[in-house]
Ligand binder design. Structure first.
Ligand code: ADP
Length: 229
């Protein structure tokens, strides 16, 4: 199934690129304006393939480390700050206001810093993409508190948006590879359908878990629950 899905996801932009090249060589050969337009479209399809391959590689790297416990001690506040700074341009372009008030004295937790940054990038990028221009996104981290399910103390990193929300029946499937609520919108926003699958894998390597709460027309809260030891 996975190979079939990947092939399909790659073939769609590839077919588009082939079509554009044929048009540039044929019908649009002497039409400079049309040629430029097709070249822009080819670039955007090629970038889509590049993002897809990037996410596939990220997924396979996470799978390769799945059985190794992360052994760095990581300051979550710093990772969130660096994640926000790497997304600065995306956030500025989106017209979404992102707020993050770092808490004092959070303990460092065992983790893989690059992978945690990737989780936060995906969570924040989704909130910005699906939250909608002009809306707010709030990032919060709770103080360590006991989690009954994980039987230990955890930090909860929450990313809340005020977008269209997700109907309840989709929630259990969101972390499946290539599962999208609205395929057209995801593609339009440059999504690969792999972001939350990567998030779930990384959290499970960290012995944490993902929670998603959403209400239609109210918004979505995505929470990474991370053990403190
Ligand atoms: P994508 O690359 O399509 O964004 P993800 O795996 O990150 O893939 O998310 C899967 C799907 O979940 C998205 O296509 C979108 O339909 C839905 N989704 C994720 N985050 C949100 C959100 N904050 N608000 C609304 N829908 C969301």
């Amino acid at each position: 199934d996975f190979v079939a899905n990947v092939s399909h996801e790659l073939r769609t932009p590839l077919t588009a690129v082939i079509g554009f090249i044929e048009t540039i060589k044929g019908a649009a050969k002497d039409d400079k304006a049309a040629r430029n337009r097709f070249i822009d479209l080819m670039l955007s399809e090629a970038l889509r393939m590049d993002r897809l391959v990037g996410d596939l590689l990220a997924l396979s790297r996470v799978e390769a480390t799945a059985r190794m416990r992360p052994n760095e001690m990581v300051n979550i506040t710093n990772v969130l700050k660096s994640s926000l700074s790497s997304l600065r341009h995306v956030i500025e372009k989106s017209g979404v206001t992102v707020t993050f008030k770092p808490a004092d004295n959070l303990p460092a937790i065992p983790g893989d810093e690059d992978q945690l940054r990737q989780i936060f990038n995906n969570m924040i990028e989704n909130a910005v993409k699906y939250g909608g221009a002009g809306k707010a996104v709030e990032i919060t981290v709770t103080d360590p508190a006991r989690d009954a399910q994980l039987r230990g103390d955890v930090l909860r990193v929450s990313v809340q948006d005020h977008g269209k929300g997700i109907a309840a029946h989709h929630l259990p499937r969101l972390t499946e590879r290539f599962y999208r609520v609205d395929t057209h919108r995801s593609r339009e926003m440059g999504g690969t359908g792999l972001g939350l699958a990567i998030v779930k894998h990384i959290l499970s390597r960290h012995r944490g878990r993902l929670e998603i709460n959403s209400a239609l027309d109210v918004g979505t809260e995505v929470i990474a629950v991370l053990p403190t030891e």
